[in-house]
Design a protein around this ligand. Structure first.
Ligand SMILES: Nc1ncnc2c1ncn2[C@@H]1O[C@H](COP(=O)(O)OP(=O)(O)OP(=O)(O)O)[C@@H](O)[C@H]1O
Length: 299
């Protein structure tokens, strides 16, 4: 059970916005699309949603082409926010929820629940244009998910929000996921993906840099980081096999090694010197992986 993109490509004249993407979004997962401006995230989402026709490739959901007539199974938060400024919050959500086939009774219950959860019940009778940008975003998110879809696609759900509201939205998105929805969201920020997702795809100029299960990507990558804390002089470690980089700040040393097998000989060397407070092997960061694949820092 999954959403699969195979050889998905979109060209706008000579500009290849999405370049041969191949990935699997497992049903029930939280999947992050990471990439800078113009990386191809929105274009990919629009193709998944049937709003744009791909130039090449296929998209299947649980083995079949997506049936867009069953729109109530999909929820979408578009990047360009599309609320009607003159409508009141309640009217706007009701209108969109009805389009998704919800009954009046269901809307009554869910509307109260979501306005409470997003801490905006006092905005119910306000016109959309009177709300702050962050609160408009919450209203649009409610409108995208109030019908409890199986597949939820959120284009930059956390952008433009203050840290408190980012946390409120993250909590709700995690809850929707733990209640069974498959969630795909895009972001520029690595830490959102590291914190929220089991799976990710990093896009760079339309091409997929890496995709799949984050823990597996990190363990397959090979490189590890070692943190050592103690009073002894260990600057000789820089010359040890497998050491790619070494940084020392006061009593803390951070080593980058090309493979975990190099950790053991390093450990054996330093314990000859005596007591150390810390010897810790960490997985690489997504940023380390990005640098190694693209040749520059992720920004
Ligand atoms: N309708 C369109 N016509 C022509 N070019 C387009 C169109 N939509 C997107 N593009 C181009 O496709 C590329 C990918 O854009 P896209 O909006 O998918 O990126 P994105 O990753 O969502 O970026 P952002 O984070 O800035 O929203 C860009 O070069 C963009 O200019």
């Amino acid at each position: 059970m999954s959403l699969e993109l195979n050889q998905l490509t979109k060209k706008f004249n000579e500009n290849t916005a999405v370049d041969d993407i191949n990935l699997t979004v497992p049903t029930g997962s939280m999947y992050g699309f990471l990439g800078g401006n113009g990386a191809g995230k929105t274009t990919t989402f629009r193709m998944i949603l049937g709003l744009l026709k791909q130039t090449e490739g296929t998209i299947t959901y649980n083995g079949k082409p997506i049936d867009y007539s069953v729109t109530n199974r999909i929820g979408y938060l578009p990047e360009e926010r599309g609320l009607h400024p003159k409508l009141k919050v309640e009217e706007q959500i009701r209108y969109l929820a009805q389009l998704k086939g919800m009954s009046k009774k269901d809307i009554d219950v869910k509307l109260d629940e979501w306005l409470e959860r997003f801490e905006v019940p006092e905005n119910r009778d306000k016109r959309i244009e009177k709300l702050s940008k962050g609160n408009q975003q919450k209203i649009q998110l409610i409108a995208s998910i109030i019908h409890e879809p199986d597949l939820i696609i959120l284009d930059e759900p956390f952008s433009g929000l203050d840290p408190v509201n980012v946390e409120i939205l993250k909590r709700s998105v995690k809850e929707l996921n733990s209640n069974g929805a498959t969630i795909i969201f895009s972001t520029h920020r690595m830490e959102h993906v590291e914190e929220m997702c089991e799976e990710l795809c990093i896009l760079n100029h339309g091409a997929q840099v890496v995709s799949g299960n984050i823990d597996k990507i990190k363990s397959d990558f090979g490189q590890k980081e070692i943190i050592i804390e103690g009073d002894h002089d260990i600057s000789f470690l820089e010359e040890m096999p497998g050491v790619l980089d070494m940084k020392q700040v006061r009593k803390k040393t951070t080593l980058k090694i090309s493979d975990e097998q190099y950790a053991d000989p390093i450990f054996k060397e330093i314990i000859k010197l005596g007591y150390f407070k810390r010897f810790q092997v960490n997985e690489p960061s997504l940023n380390d992986i990005f640098i190694s694949k693209v040749g520059r820092k992720y920004e």
